[in-house]
Design a protein around this ligand. Structure first.
Ligand code: C5P
Length: 427
């Protein structure tokens, strides 16, 4: 559930065409309204064979439209009015037949008519295909999917997996929570369009023996929130994650690592392919100098074992020193004197931006407070020194980053989302 009301003020037309996945769309309506959106449901006749409009009327709090001859709108033109009110149209499930109808520009029932008549410059059309794997992989459907993309339609999924028919393959509709994330991302400003962003997140684990190791309390939440926010802002994102228990944000390429050296060896070859490197990982400064091949046993030992430690490579400083270094952002988790430590780290790591946060106050939590420190300025997020949830902060940080990249002439060719959304600053 979104606590940030990410879709506050958005009006979504949710179209249902025929498919067993209609049952998932009931949950989707709940998620959308919980996220602050208003939802107008349109169902095709085939959709009504799978689930009744009563369910959707109850969940959306609005009468459902099913016919182009519905005379309720004042102008008696439901297809025009519903499309004009919408910020986006999402058809979920989108059946093979419905996609074929859209390709042909058919307009003999309300949903396809509304899609055709929508103002395309400010109301995108998103489809969540759902069908049997043979239907999805059929050349006719693949041709239609490509034609729809070429026409500017955004296809979400389908996913692979177990299908209602008992077969396994591509064609499952995305889950309601995934569709929610896609819609939320759709409305974010594409500040980082075309940028390739590499992020490290989470702790590292430095093995002592096959069952023990040294790690820290980083949950990875801030780094994962940044990965999501960067993707939402239009970037291509690679996330190198230490051992954490977090789902991969949609659309993000994730590479799992364990130790600082694994992280270093994974990041270094990737650095040159990225425009920005954001090091949020809490990398262990030291590791045991020697790894015991077998579990260190307690039995028969009179004195506790001692370990020699050796220093880990500094990933951020190494990347920042590369000849073609991406724009580097470091994180500083401190327990006191945030500004002084962040400034010192800026110089020590040779990076243009350090983001300070109070480690003990943020590790494992959903909220945080950031201090953005560069050579000349510092900026607190939120501005009033309070705290905010990590995704809200990550979005603001991405916006700030985009401004810094633009100032350095590091802008890449990109485009804003249709109907450029409002993006109020956080306070
Ligand atoms: O040196 P310190 O740990 O205080 O610096 C923190 C910043 O440096 C973070 O951005 C962290 O991800 C990065 N770092 C790193 N490799 C290390 C230690 C820290 O990339 N070995």
């Amino acid at each position: 559930m979104s606590e940030r009301a990410d879709l506050q003020g958005r009006h979504i037309v949710l179209g249902l065409s025929g498919g067993i996945a209609c049952y998932k769309s009931a949950e989707l309506v709940r998620l959308l309204t919980q996220a602050g959106a208003t939802v107008q449901v349109i169902m095709t006749e085939a959709a009504e064979a799978f689930i009744t409009s009563v369910t959707f009327q109850a969940l959306s709090g609005r009468p459902v439209y099913t016919s182009q001859w519905d005379s309720r709108p004042d102008n008696n033109m439901a297809h025009i009015q519903l499309g004009r009110e919408a910020d986006v149209i999402l058809v979920a499930p989108a059946s093979a037949d419905f996609m074929a109808r859209l390709v042909q520009g058919r307009a003999d029932e309300l949903l396809s008519l509304t899609c055709l008549a929508r103002p395309r410059d400010r109301c995108a059309l998103l489809l969540a295909p759902a069908m049997n794997r043979e239907m999805w992989s059929h050349p006719a459907t693949q041709r239609n999917a490509q034609q729809l993309r070429d026409d500017g339609t955004i296809l979400l999924g389908p996913a692979a997996g177990q299908q209602a028919c008992g077969e396994v393959g591509d064609g499952r509709m995305l889950e309601p929570a995934e569709l929610l994330d896609e819609l939320v991302a759709h409305f974010q400003v594409k500040h980082l369009a075309g940028q390739r962003v590499l992020i490290t997140a989470g702790p590292t684990f430095e093995a002592i023996d096959p069952v023990r190791g040294i790690t820290n309390l980083s949950s990875g939440k801030m780094g994962f929130a940044i990965a999501r926010a960067a993707h939402e802002a239009g970037a291509q994102v690679t996330l190198v994650a230490g051992p954490v228990h977090l789902p991969t944000p949609r659309g993000v390429r994730r590479l799992d690592v364990r130790s600082a050296r694994d992280m270093h060896d994974t990041v270094l070859p990737l650095a040159a392919e990225h425009d920005v490197f954001i090091a949020t990982a809490a990398v262990a400064d030291w590791r045991p100098a020697a790894l015991s091949e077998h579990k260190i046993k307690k039995e028969g030992k009179k004195v506790a074992p001692t370990f020699e430690l050796t220093e880990n490579p500094d990933i951020l400083a190494t990347v920042a020193a590369l000849p073609q270094a991406p724009y580097c952002v470091g994180f500083a988790a401190e327990s006191e004197q945030l500004l002084a430590h962040a400034r010192a780290k800026l110089v020590r790591k040779g990076v243009p931006l350090i983001v300070g946060n109070l480690g003990p106050a943020t590790f494992g939590r959903d909220d945080n407070a950031l201090l953005l420190v560069d050579a000349d300025t510092e900026r607190a997020l939120p501005a009033d020194g309070s705290s905010a949830d990590k995704l809200t902060l990550a979005r603001e940080l991405m916006r700030d980053l985009a401004t810094r990249l633009a100032r350095q002439g590091r802008v890449r060719a990109g485009h804003a989302a249709p109907g450029e959304p409002t993006d109020p600053p956080i306070h």
